[in-house]
Design a protein around this ligand. Structure first.
Ligand code: KIV
Ligand code: ZN
Length: 397
């Protein structure tokens, strides 16, 4: 039996916090609805104390969403907690997510607090949050750079104070997968009441290791992963939801985990975020990039056209795309060109296909990608092949 990992989406909070990604209320609401269709377990809707607008948006999302839990972030100070509690109070499944930093560097320079003072703030914060809401998540900011022995004490105290979820952030994306795995294992072994809470991780991508760290964490006993659509988030971003979910799905037999995500909504969610923020996804981005299911090289095209499994480890349909993309460029071969032209409604004999192929490769030397309309021109110039009816021209390629 696979162990189900909870997916906590923070696109609307950590993701929205990053430069160029701020969204207004209707946009966040639209994305929250899409996250619910995606079936994420938790939607972190914002940081209600940050602004009046953020408060109103979290409140609206809390009033609208019925299936996923809706979380509001707050520090451990009373005014933050009260504001977050008010913002999520109407949610079908409300969660207050409170945090304080536990690393020596953050305690000394940012908080100017001793270890004792930090434990006291954590406990008071969780107790206060609990007085408003049953579901309370506690995060130890910069956990991966904190003294593990201190972290164990803070977590034990937070759980005793009522925390239902304990989150371990790699706030600055510093951890290496094996270190982070050890940290999670250490927490499981050394926090006596850890079984009374869900153990969560929140990894940043400063070294490009956020997904690897999150997966290593679940192998070592974490039960919730915090992540974002398209991997957006502070600096280099957070662990990407689509990569986490599809790694778990594609390598299910190896990992023995599952999620509740409706994977067919992954691509639509990624596109919606890109459209709302005006920030496209890099073409080579795993799962949702333009090239994730595109093939230009002749050998690859031949293989994929014979059997997609030659070069695809998951189907494009499984993430909500209609088909893969055969791109005609200078690396393409005759076989793919023939298939492409056939799809477009042309029926070429071997000799004509050869002629077309020569023209295509000449054009591809000058142009990065040969588009459908280029192919139409090439074939029309070969005289005896009139252009097919426009409706017969396949658009996706
Ligand atoms: O990166 C981080 O530490 C955070 C916490 C507030 C969870 O975003
Ligand atoms: Zn973060």
């Amino acid at each position: 039996m696979e162990k189900q990992i909870k997916i906590f989406d923070t696109t609307l909070r950590d993701g929205e916090q990053s430069p160029g990604y701020s969204m207004n209320k209707p946009e966040k609401l639209q994305l929250a609805r899409k996250l619910e269709e995606l079936q994420v377990d938790v939607i972190e809707a914002g940081f209600p104390i940050a602004s009046e607008g953020d408060f109103e948006t979290v409140k609206k999302i809390a009033e609208t969403i019925t299936q996923s839990s809706v979380a509001g972030l707050c520090r451990t100070t009373p005014i933050d907690i009260e504001t977050a509690a008010k913002a999520v109070e109407k949610a079908a499944k409300p969660r207050i997510h409170t945090f304080i930093a536990t690393s020596d560097i953050h305690m000394k320079y940012k908080l100017c607090k001793s270890r004792e003072e930090v434990i006291e703030s954590a406990v008071k914060g969780v107790e206060m949050a609990k007085s408003y809401c049953d579901d309370v998540e506690f995060s130890a900011e910069d956990a991966s750079r904190s003294d593990p022995e201190f972290l164990y004490q803070v977590f034990e105290a937070a759980i005793s104070a009522g925390a239902t979820v304990i989150n371990v952030p790699d706030t600055v994306g510093y951890a290496l997968p094996w270190e982070f795995g050890e940290l999670i294992k250490g927490i499981r072994e050394n926090v006596p009441n850890i079984d009374d809470a869900v153990l969560s991780v929140h990894c940043h991508n400063d070294l490009g290791l956020a997904v690897a760290n999150s997966l290593t964490a679940v192998q070592n006993g974490a039960q919730q992963i915090e992540c974002t659509i398209n991997g957006i988030g502070e600096r280099a971003g957070n662990a990407s939801l689509e990569e986490i979910v599809m790694a778990i799905e594609t390598r299910k037999k190896n990992m023995n985990f599952s999620t509740n995500i409706n994977t067919k909504e992954i691509y639509p969610a990624s596109q919606l975020l890109a459209q709302i923020t005006g920030k496209g996804v890099q073409p080579n981005k795993a799962i949702v990039g333009d090239n994730a299911f595109a093939h230009e090289a002749g050998i690859h095209q031949h293989g994929v056209l014979k059997n997609p499994l030659c070069y695809e480890i998951m189907t494009p349909e499984s993430v909500g795309l209609t088909c893969n993309k055969i791109v005609i460029g200078k690396h393409s071969g005759r076989f793919a060109l023939g298939k492409k032209l056939e799809e477009m409604g042309y029926d070429l004999n071997k000799e004509d296909l050869n002629t077309a192929y020569q023209s295509v490769t000449r054009l591809a030397d000058k142009k990065k990608v040969v588009e459908d309309h280029d192919l139409v021109s090439i074939i029309s110039m070969m005289n005896d092949q009139p252009a097919p009816e426009p409706q017969k021209i396949a658009s996706g390629g």
